[in-house]
Design a protein around this ligand. Structure first.
Ligand code: KG4
Ligand code: ZN
Length: 340
């Protein structure tokens, strides 16, 4: 079924629109919001205002890049949640009004499921393997960290999750503690490539089953730096790369150790990773090594589909469209996972 589907994503601080033809991506436009950098994190009020400014030009550009007009759109998929309420409201309201004016069906998408389904997006001219069901997916982003058992395009079971902070949030907070701007994840990643991960050891949580915890790690990093700065005010500057490599290593170990146990217990070797943190080069290479050791069939997304993007929303929307699962015009956003 080759329909044109427009995806709209506005759950946090990226305004994105994408067009898919069936499962083939025709465009994927993302407008980030640098306004948050100076505040060390996303300011919800500023995020929703930026979405309002960006949404029309971003959709317009996505249609232009896809070389289609709005009258060719067959369906509109949008992120219903989870995310920031003010940000979601912009995308949800716009999707509804556009669907109403074009008289096309509306499809609501869960942002986290979309991160997983990004693995099924086909890029023109690219031959690619996709995960076979059932597979395990480690989704690690700024707001969530989960291990999902994915049984079909619509059947997702959370088998492990963070009990406090998300992995991306831990990267961002560690970076902030080191005086680096938001989002800190990509900066830590870059610094870590020059550093030695064995220099500093930080306590990692030991939780039962497949759950994660990052708040202890975050606090131990903070206290460690506070104590060292008392002895040497230049401590961070002098050890930036080793600090980045060491904290990154602790986060990666927490994530991968649980994924290894889950894969073993469930006897699954189809393994995927998704979400903003899956852009991390240390995590990607560590997973490659583990995959080789355990004979996993590993699926790592293209960088374009790791952080928030509307192509993954359109992809998830396409699977729902095929099942005839449409949203009504009175649909409202939800802020937490599982509320939809
Ligand atoms: O999936 P995403 O774009 O947004 C949410 O759904 O939360 O993830 C954003 C998160 C941020 O915390 C960001 O620092 C992190 O992903 N991130 C990274 C890297 N690129 C983005 N963390 C570590 N290494 C990276 N290369
Ligand atoms: Zn996300």
């Amino acid at each position: 079924m080759s329909i044109y589907i427009l995806g709209i994503e506005s759950s946090c601080d990226d305004t994105s629109a994408a067009v898919l033809h069936g499962n083939k991506m025709l465009s994927n436009v993302i407008a980030g919001q640098s306004v948050h950098q100076q505040y060390g994190g996303v300011v919800p009020e500023l995020a929703s205002r930026s979405h309002l400014q960006n949404i029309i030009p971003v959709i317009d550009t996505a249609l232009k890049h896809a070389k289609i007009t709005k009258s060719q759109i067959d369906a509109i998929a949008f992120t219903r949640g989870p995310g920031l309420l003010g940000s979601l409201l912009v995308g949800v309201s716009f999707a509804k009004s556009l669907a109403m004016s074009l008289k096309v069906p509306l499809v609501e998408v869960d942002h986290l499921q979309a991160h997983v389904l990004a693995h099924f997006i086909k890029i023109k001219g690219e031959e690619k393997n996709v995960p076979n069901f059932p597979f395990l997916c480690l989704t690690a982003s700024g707001g969530h960290s989960q291990i999902l058992l994915v049984k079909s395009y619509s059947d997702f079971e959370i088998i492990g999750k963070t009990i406090d902070d998300a992995a991306g949030e831990t990267f961002d907070k560690a970076a902030k503690t080191m005086g680096l701007p938001y989002p800190g994840g990509p900066i830590i990643d870059k610094l870590a490539q020059e550093g030695n991960a064995e220099v500093f050891k930080f306590s990692e949580a030991r939780l039962p089953a497949y759950d994660f915890s990052f708040s202890g790690l975050k606090t131990s990093f903070l206290y460690f730096l506070r104590d060292r700065i008392k002895e040497n005010p230049n401590f961070i500057e002098e050890n930036r790369a080793d600090l980045a490599a060491s904290i990154q290593n602790a986060i990666i170990n927490s994530l991968t150790s649980k994924l290894v146990i889950a894969a073993k217990d469930l006897g699954i070797s189809e393994i995927a990773v998704s979400g903003g943190v899956s852009a991390n080069s240390g995590l990607r290479s560590s997973l490659q090594e583990i995959a080789q050791e355990h004979s996993w069939n590993l699926f790592v997304p293209a960088f374009e589909f790791t952080t928030d993007n509307a192509a993954m929303i359109a992809m998830a929307g396409y699977f729902k469209y095929k099942e005839g699962e449409f949203a009504s015009l009175d649909v409202t956003p939800y802020t937490r996972y599982g509320m939809g």
